[in-house]
Design a binder for this molecule. Structure first.
Ligand SMILES: C[S@@+](CC[C@H](N)C(=O)[O-])C[C@H]1O[C@@H](n2cnc3c(N)ncnc32)[C@H](O)[C@@H]1O
Length: 213
């Protein structure tokens, strides 16, 4: 799939592109492109935001700036999913991630300060997504959260089997995964459940099923 991120700080995504699973699928199942609003702004001196009409604190990301960025990237034919990242959007869940990961192309729009001119959300975006009921300083961490969550759903991103039985997956009925343990078998008197050391695969499977919440 193609994931396009529109941001003021494309370089902030460098770290993410070096980490698995994003690095694993990059250039294969994932075509990740980063666009800077500043490079295509129709305004002078790289201006991208402006004072709010009606007064008040903060600056607002201009609709003409976002439109110019989308036009430069898509020439008037944007992807079917253009997601504005905003605390006012639909709350991100695994179901939303699956939905976006199934799309052939998704654009993610990040803002900062007071956020988008509302016309971006109303007319340029097709979706508005919030990563949780709290306010971050800009949409770049939310965009990274989505890039990571989407990338791990793409074919080949994870070692075989590790992506299917995860927390919130359909296979677990949307529930939480069973607990994991590794060596040592005992540490400070905290023992690994005996069943996991039993070598009895049927019992282990049964125990794990019981632990799913
Ligand atoms: C400081 S926030 C703007 C907050 C906005 N004035 C409000 O009260 O809802 C700046 C930008 O960060 C991003 N952002 C902040 N929190 C977010 C969240 N929980 N989910 C998605 N994006 C978020 C959005 O792009 C937002 O426009």
């Amino acid at each position: 799939m193609r994931l396009d991120v529109f941001t003021l700080v494309p370089h902030a995504f460098a770290w993410l592109t070096e980490q698995r699973p994003v690095a694993t699928v990059l250039g294969g199942e994932l075509d990740l492109r980063l666009f800077s609003y500043r490079e295509t702004t129709p305004l002078r001196n790289g201006q991208v935001d402006d004072e709010p009409y009606g007064g008040g604190a903060g600056m607002v990301l201009r609709v003409d700036v976002v439109a110019a960025a989308l036009d430069a990237a898509y020439g008037g034919a944007p992807p079917k999913r253009v997601v504005a990242l905003t605390p006012k959007g639909r709350q991100l869940t695994q179901a939303v991630v699956e939905e976006l990961a199934a799309a052939p192309a998704v654009a993610l729009l990040s803002a900062r300060f007071e956020g988008f001119d509302e016309r971006v959300v109303e007319h340029l975006a097709t979706d508005a997504v919030s990563i949780g009921p709290y306010v971050l300083s800009n949409g770049d961490l939310p965009a990274m959260v989505l890039v990571d969550a989407i990338a791990r759903r793409l074919p080949g991103a994870l070692a075989e089997g590790s992506g299917e039985l995860e927390s919130f997956s359909a296979e677990l009925g949307g529930g939480l995964e069973y607990p994991h343990y590794t060596r040592p078998a005992e540490f400070r008197g905290w023992r690994v459940p005996d069943v996991l050391l039993s070598g009895d695969h049927a019992k282990i499977e049964g125990w794990r099923r019981e632990q799913i919440r």
